[in-house]
Structure formats: C-alpha cells, structure tokens
Design a protein around this ligand. Structure first.
Ligand code: 3PG
Ligand code: MG
Length: 394
C-alpha cells in the first residue's frame, strides 16, 4: 500500500497553505446542485484553520476552454461558507500578483478560494510557469483532490514538485479504502459496474476480473455485452467497436464471473416520460431501447450483494436522472446499504443515488472520485499521489 506524507507531518501554524480540493460539483441554474464534494473537502480545511494556517483553496469546475462566466467558483464559495461556517474570500483570478496581494492582506485562520483553475490554459498542460505562480501563493501544499488525482495538472502535480507537500484527510481516507479492495478483500468480492460506455470501464473490467468472485454489469454498457452474447438489443446503446473485445472477456477463463441483467425496462424513445415496458433480454423489441434493468435483474443483483463480503460499485444501472428508469440504480443502492459487508461506492451517479436514499451512513466508504477510483483499482499509480511520495522522507 502506498504511504503518503500526512497532514500531521506539515508545520502549518502561521503558514500559508495551498489546498487542492476537488470542488467539481454539478451546477443547476448557477447554484450548486450536489454539495457532496464540498462537504468532503471541509475536514482538511477546518483542521488547517484550527492549526492557525492561512488557507488558500483551489479547484477546477467543469471543462471550460478559457474563461467561462458560467463556471466561476462563486456558487461553490457561497456553499462552502454556509457548510463550513466560515467566510470564504473568493478571488476572480487563479494566480499572479493580484492573487498574491489579496492573500497577503488576509489573516491566519481565513479561507481564500481561487478562481476555476481550468480558466488558465497551463493547468491541464501542467505548465511550469503556472506551477511556479501557484507555488508563489503559499508556503506549503496539501493535495486533497482525490477525484482529480489521476490528472497530471499544474494544481495536482506541478505545485507538489515545488512546495513541501502532504495528502489531506480526504485523499488519505480514499486511498486507504480503495487499497483495501486492491489487496486481499474479504470474499466473496463483488464488483458492480454501470454507466453508459463500456469503453470507459473496459480497462477496469480486464484488470479486476481475475481477482473478483463476481462482476455485475448493468447500465447502458450492458447492451454491448448482451450484443456480444448474440442478443438482439433493438435500439439500445451498443459500442460496435467494443463488441469483439467484450465477447472475448465473456468467453474467456473469467467470463463465468460476469452477471448480466435478465430483463430490462425498454422504451421506444430516449425521453423522460416515454412509455415503457419490462421485457426479458431475449425479447427486446427491435424499435425499443433498454433504459434500466428490470425487476428480475434487481432481485438477482440484490442476492449477489447479500452474498458478498466486499462490494465495489461504480455507475448507474439505468437512466437514473429520470424517475421511470431509476429503480435499478435505487435497488442496487438499497442492497449495498442493507448488507453487512465492506462496501465502497464511487462515481457521481451512484453516490447521488445513495444520497437520495439518505443511506450513505450505511456504506463503508462513499468515494468522492469516479475515474480516479477506477484507475486506482486498475492498479495504476495516480500522478497526484506519485508527486506526493517524494515528500515522504523530507
Ligand atoms: C471528475 O469529476 O471526474 C473530476 O473532478 C475530474 O474531472 P475531469 O474528468 O474533467 O478531469
Ligand atoms: Mg470525469
């Protein structure tokens, strides 16, 4: 297991600490629609405040190309202030002399939030000039953005190469929980994957299949597997270019571990209020598409969860945003909440589903990362984590 330099190893009293959080949250009409990641970032920020640091927080939001007024961090600053119970001084710049002066004018025990880091072209390129400018804002650096630790950007890697750095509480907790699944998880070990695209999950499927006891595949991606098995899936989402490779997984030596839905909720249109029918996967009408897993599949998946001692789940079972196609995702969320085993949930939709049920307290670990968690489970070294390791013996 990776060892990371901890927050406790940094002297922060009277220092300016730059914290990279993942505050990439969904917005709705300019307001934060889901504040899970903001809440998850608060323990580190609060601890630094309690220890007498001047805290400067930064994050990206969305995927802007240059400055985009709809992706400023002001709504995030407002919500963070409400949730944390402290004022948040939001700047309109990411770095540079204006930011340096604004930070210099604040006192220890205060929080400054920089502007969306992706407004700077150098962020995603890990540009040395931007990393230098960020490093000039603070004395030490804390990486707490687990959800972005798989990106080698200026605010995740560049600055960690320039300032004494440590992992925040969230990053440390995430790595610990996911490492438990990478090592010797309690068995049976079940992985549940969903979401639209099999291409996003292929690497994790290939890597995990030998080590799991069972792998459930639902969501849009299951139709590519069903097609590979020879089913007629109508107008369901199929990634043609993936059919052959997933066929190979299904017929390979671990293919018997894969459990697919036996029935689906289908509709003629991809629309919220489209009329829908439950059909077995052998009988999906040619003019229809599967938009959720059906009741028999939900029951079978629940049984598999009940039998498991370790469960990792990432990705919705259907078009979870629409109530008519939510039952599969809600059913899986309920099953995880109800089981005694070690449970980890990652990915925005799966996390939203468990929060909608109000049962996140019954999950061993609700992850703030989607792609980052999958890459960790693929056995990859995340660039943000690798950048911190140099400070272990510092
Ligand atoms: C996420 O939500 O997946 C992370 O914040 C990373 O964002 P990205 O996929 O745009 O790099
Ligand atoms: Mg993403």
């Amino acid at each position: 297991m990776t060892t990371l330099p901890t927050l406790d190893s940094l002297a922060v009293e009277g220092k300016t600490v730059l914290v990279r959080s993942d505050l990439n949250v969904p917005l709705d009409e300019g307001e934060v629609a889901d504040d899970f990641r903001i809440g998850a970032s608060l323990p580190t920020i609060q601890a630094l405040l309690d220890r007498g640091a001047k805290v400067v927080v930064c994050s990206h939001l969305g995927r802007p190309k240059g400055v985009d007024d709809t992706l400023r961090l002001d709504p995030v600053a407002r919500r963070m202030s409400e949730m944390g119970g402290f004022p948040v001084n939001k700047l309109d710049v990411v770095a540079g002399t204006e930011a340096e002066a604004a930070i210099a004018a604040t006192d220890p025990g205060t929080v400054t939030l920089l502007e969306n880091t992706r407004f700077e072209a150098g962020e995603k390129k890990n540009d040395p000039d931007l990393a230098d400018a960020l490093a000039r804002l603070a004395d030490v650096f804390v990486l707490d953005a687990f959800g972005t630790a798989h990106r080698a950007h200026a605010t995740t890697v560049g600055v960690a190469e320039r300032l004494p750095s440590a992992a925040g509480f969230l990053l440390a907790k995430e790595v610990e929980a996911l490492s438990a699944l990478l090592g010797e998880p309690e068995r049976p070990y079940l992985v549940i994957l969903g979401g639209a695209k099999v291409s996003d999950k292929l690497a994790v499927m290939e890597h995990l299949l030998p080590n799991v006891d069972r792998m459930i595949v639902g969501g849009g991606m299951c139709f590519t597997l069903l097609a590979a098995q020879g089913h007629e899936v109508g107008n369901s989402l199929v990634e043609e270019s993936m059919v052959e490779v997933v066929g190979g997984l299904l017929s390979g030596e671990n293919g018997h571990k894969i459990l697919l839905p036996s029935d689906v909720v289908a509709a003629a249109e991809f629309a919220e209020f489209a009329e829908n029918v439950v059909v077995p996967v052998e009988a999906i009408p040619a003019n229809m598409m599967g938009l959720d897993i059906g009741p028999d599949s939900i029951a079978a998946f629940k049984d598999a969860v009940e039998d498991a001692e370790s469960v990792f789940w990432n990705g919705p079972m259907g078009v979870f945003e629409w109530e008519a196609f939510r039952a599969g995702t809600a059913g899986v969320a309920e099953a995880l909440a109800g089981t005694e085993g070690f449970t980890v949930i990652g990915g925005g939709d799966s996390v939203a589903a468990i929060r909608l049920l109000g049962r996140e307290d019954q999950i061993s670990h609700v992850s703030s990362g989607g792609g980052a968690g999958l890459e960790l489970l693929e056995g990859k070294t995340l660039p943000g984590i690798a950048a911190l390791e140099r400070w272990n013996d510092a």
